[in-house]
Design a binder for this molecule. Structure first.
Ligand code: ADP
Length: 326
C-alpha cells in the first residue's frame, strides 16, 4: 500500500495487553514517489526490542535530537500507551500522543476497507475470495476485534461507532491455557500443534451422547460439538496422557467457535449481516478463519458473512497512523 511521501517516517504504535504493534512509513524500494507501510510486532514483555527496532530503523525522524529539541510525539493507541509513556520518554526521548483505542481500531479497519484493494476477504470451504467493498455497501457492519480480550463494535460510518460489548474470554485466555496445558512457547508453535491434533480425542460430540442411530433418526449432525473437553470427565487419562497436539486443537476450536457464536448473537441482535474479524488472534491462520466462517454460516443459516482483513492484527496501529492527518 502506498501513502503520500513523508519527509520524516510516520510511526504509530498500538500497545496492547499481549503485543506491541508498530506501523511505519518508508520510501518505496526502487524509488518512486510514494511511501509504503511497514509492519512490526513485539511481545509486550519485550518492550526493549521495540525500542531497539525504532532506534535501528531511525524511526524517530531527524528533526528532533539533532537540533536539541524533543522528538516529534509518536501516536500511540492501547492501554500500554499510558503504562509505558515514561519508558518511551526515558529510553527514546519521545512523548506518546495517546489515542482512544476503539477509535483507532475503527479508523484502521475503515482505512483498510476503503483504501486497500483486496484487504477484505472471505475464507470458507478452503477458498479465499476477495470481498468487494465500496462506500455504498460498507456500513453498517460489526467489527469483532479478537485480541487478549474481545471487543465488539457496531460501525456505522467513518469515526462513527459504538462499542456494543465484548468478552474477557479471548485470545489471552486461550493462549494462557495453551501454555499451561501444552507447554508451547509461542503462539505460532501453538497454532502448528493444533494443526496436527484431533479435537475429537477430548471433545464430546452429539454422537457420543446419543449414538449414531438416534442422530440419524433425529437428523442431527453426528459430529456437532456437544461439549468442548467433555470427554475428559469420563476418561481415566491424566493431562500427561493427552498429546499436546490434541489439547491445542481442542482449545483452538473451543475458543474460536465460542467467539464466533457471540459475534453471531450480537450481529443478530443488531440486525447486521456482515461481520468483520480483526485482532492478532486470527494471525492469518486458515483453520481459524475456516472455523469462524463455518460457525457464522451455520448459526445464521447462511444469512451472515464472516469477513477477514489483511493486516488484521494492526488495526489499532493503522488507525493511530491515520491520526497524523487529523
Ligand atoms: P492485544 O492488543 O490485547 O495485545 P492482539 O490483537 O495483539 O491483542 O492479540 C493478542 C492475541 O493474539 C494473543 O492473546 C494470542 O491469542 C494471539 N497472538 C498472535 N500472535 C501472538 C504472539 N506472537 N504472541 C502472543 N500471542 C499472539
Amino acid at each position: 500500500p502506498r501513502q503520500p511521501t513523508a519527509a520524516v517516517p510516520l510511526v504509530a504504535l498500538d500497545l496492547g495487553g499481549t503485543l506491541i504493534k508498530l506501523v511505519y512509513t518508508a520510501s518505496c524500494e526502487g524509488g518512486g514517489d510514494g511511501a509504503e507501510l511497514r509492519f512490526a510486532k513485539f511481545e509486550r514483555r519485550r518492550l526493549h526490542e521495540c525500542f531497539d527496532f525504532i532506534r535501528a530503523k531511525g524511526l524517530l525522524g531527524c528533526n528532533g535530537t539533532r537540533s536539541g529539541k524533543e522528538n516529534v510525539p509518536l501516536k500511540a493507541s492501547g492501554g500500554g500507551a499510558y503504562k509505558f509513556a515514561d519508558d518511551f520518554r526515558e529510553k527514546l526521548g519521545v512523548c506518546l500522543d495517546k489515542l482512544d483505542e476503539m477509535d483507532s481500531v475503527v479508523s484502521g479497519a475503515n482505512f483498510l476497507l476503503q483504501n486497500i484493494p483486496g484487504a477484505a476477504f472471505t475464507h470458507m470451504n478452503g477458498q479465499r475470495n476477495p470481498v468487494d467493498v465500496s462506500l455504498n455497501n460498507l456500513f453498517p457492519y460489526l467489527l469483532v476485534n479478537i485480541g487478549s480480550g474481545v471487543s465488539i463494535l457496531k460501525v456505522t460510518g467513518n469515526r462513527k461507532f459504538e462499542r456494543v460489548t465484548g468478552t474477557h474470554i479471548g485470545g489471552g485466555t486461550m493462549f494462557g491455557l495453551a501454555k499451561l496445558l501444552t507447554g508451547c512457547k509461542s503462539y505460532d508453535e501453538f497454532l502448528q500443534l493444533s494443526q496436527k491434533g484431533d479435537n475429537f480425542v477430548l471433545d464430546l460430540i452429539v454422537k457420543d451422547i446419543c449414538g449414531e442411530l438416534v442422530c440419524q433418526k433425529q437428523g442431527l449432525a453426528t459430529s456437532t460439538l456437544a461439549s468442548s473437553f467433555g470427554k475428559v470427565i469420563t476418561s481415566k487419562k491424566r493431562l500427561t496422557d493427552y498429546k499436546p497436539e490434541d489439547l491445542a486443537s481442542t482449545l483452538l476450536s473451543a475458543f474460536t467457535y465460542n467467539i464466533a457464536q457471540i459475534a453471531f448473537l450480537v450481529a443478530s441482535l443488531l440486525g447486521l449481516r456482515r461481520v468483520f474479524f480483526g485482532g492478532s488472534y486470527i494471525r492469518g491462520h486458515k483453520s481459524t478463519m475456516e472455523n469462524i466462517s463455518f460457525a457464522i454460516d451455520f448459526w445464521s443459516q447462511s444469512q451472515m458473512q464472516a469477513v477477514f482483513l489483511r493486516h488484521e492484527g494492526y488495526l489499532g496501529a493503522l488507525g493511530a497512523l491515520m491520526s497524523y492527518g487529523d
